[in-house]
Design a protein around this ligand. Structure first.
Ligand code: NCD
Ligand code: ZN
Length: 343
């Protein structure tokens, strides 16, 4: 029976291996939406004041748990800066305060001003991480203004990632939110210590969509969507069944006014209907049989964590995404998706 005949799919409860939950009122608005879909999530540390210490990560996790309610486990990350302390990183990992550290090239994206200006500054931290098996999550874009924005991911591979893997060949790296055929080729050719997350929006959007009928600020994120051939390469990787690719929404909420602005923020808020969006893409490609590996198995395997014991069911049923949720415009706003999470 072909996948197009399947009307429900039951999979182990998925996790989100890359999400922005923010803080304060925004955290209270968005955390329950992620918790409704996912058992665990790798929480990005790019708050107004970045999460660089064990104490800050522990406090932030408490605020997340309070906002999300029971049944959701935040997996914390440490924000790497030029002065990252290897001993603090190792201690946080040993104590379970965080499971990964995040490399933001300085000024690559939202709240990344305190990021790393040159990877040489964090060599001591990376040495420790390689030794203890701690995952490095990477925002893979160069910030050199001379490099065209659509080439920044591909150039990052040759300028940063390849040298980094020569210096730290056993370091566990997640190349996050990949958007190019170049990234897919790099990950596929690397060892099992290199994996990638893929967002729902990069499965659906190419760069033309950002300008379809006018400027579409709610489809703008970083890394920015690329040309169609790249979208197809990323999509082929996602549905391939390879253990190297797994779900990471990069849900990045910004208030509507901050997006609809003379200088609009980067970030797509996809948390409310992320699974529905992914399922629609897998279904279109006849790959629903590989959805569970991508959403629920490959991520835990890479991080060395158990898979979730509960399951979730998605059913083939029309669901219309609201135009706005708590002052934020969600991905697929106003569209009808063909898959819905069963209650
Ligand atoms: C993210 C954000 O708003 O925090 N924005 C985005 O476009 N993805 C930061 C990031 O992950 O680059
Ligand atoms: Zn992100």
């Amino acid at each position: 029976m072909s996948d197009t005949m399947t009307d429900t799919i039951t999979i182990r409860r998925p996790d989100d291996w890359h999400v922005h939950l923010r803080d304060g009122d925004m955290l209270r608005a968005v955390a329950p939406l992620t918790a409704r879909q996912f058992a665990r999530a790798i929480v990005m540390p790019n708050l107004g004041t970045p999460i660089t210490s064990v104490a800050a990560a522990t406090d932030y996790r408490r605020r997340i748990t309070a906002a999300a309610g029971p049944g959701f486990t935040p997996l914390m990350t440490c924000y790497l800066t030029d002065v990252a302390d290897p001993a603090e990183i190792e201690r946080g990992h040993a104590e379970g305060a965080w499971v990964a550290a995040k490399l933001y090239p300085a000024n690559a994206t939202t709240n990344s001003a305190a990021g790393v200006t040159d990877v040489r500054h964090i060599h001591a931290a990376l040495e420790v991480m390689e030794r203890i098996g701690m995952v490095l999550c990477v925002h893979g874009e160069v910030t050199d203004p001379a490099v065209d924005i659509f080439d920044r991911e591909a150039v990052f591979i040759e300028r940063v990632l390849e040298p980094l893997l020569r210096d730290f060949p056993a370091l566990k790296i997640v190349f996050e939110h990949i958007t190019t055929a170049d990234a897919v080729e790099f990950v596929a050719a690397s060892g099992t210590n290199v994996a990638a997350t893929i967002t729902p929006h990069h499965l659906h959007l190419n760069r033309g969509d950002l300008f379809a009928g006018g400027l579409r600020p709610h489809l703008y994120c970083l890394p920015v969507a690329k040309r169609e051939a790249h979208r197809l390469a990323v999509r082929t990787a996602a549905i391939s069944g390879s253990a190297k690719y797994f779900l990471g929404t990069d849900s990045a909420p910004h208030p509507r006014q901050a997006k609809e602005s003379g200088c609009g923020c980067a970030g797509i808020f996809n948390a409310p209907f992320a699974l529905e969006s992914y399922a629609a893409a897998f279904d279109e490609d006849g790959a629903l049989d590989r959805f569970e590996a991508f959403a629920s198995l490959n991520g835990p395997a890479f991080y060395g964590l158990p898979v979730n014991s509960e399951s979730v069911t998605l059913e083939r049923r029309a669901v219309t995404v609201p135009a706005e949720i708590d002052g934020i415009v969600p991905f697929h706003a106003g569209e009808t998706l063909g898959w819905a999470l069963a209650d």
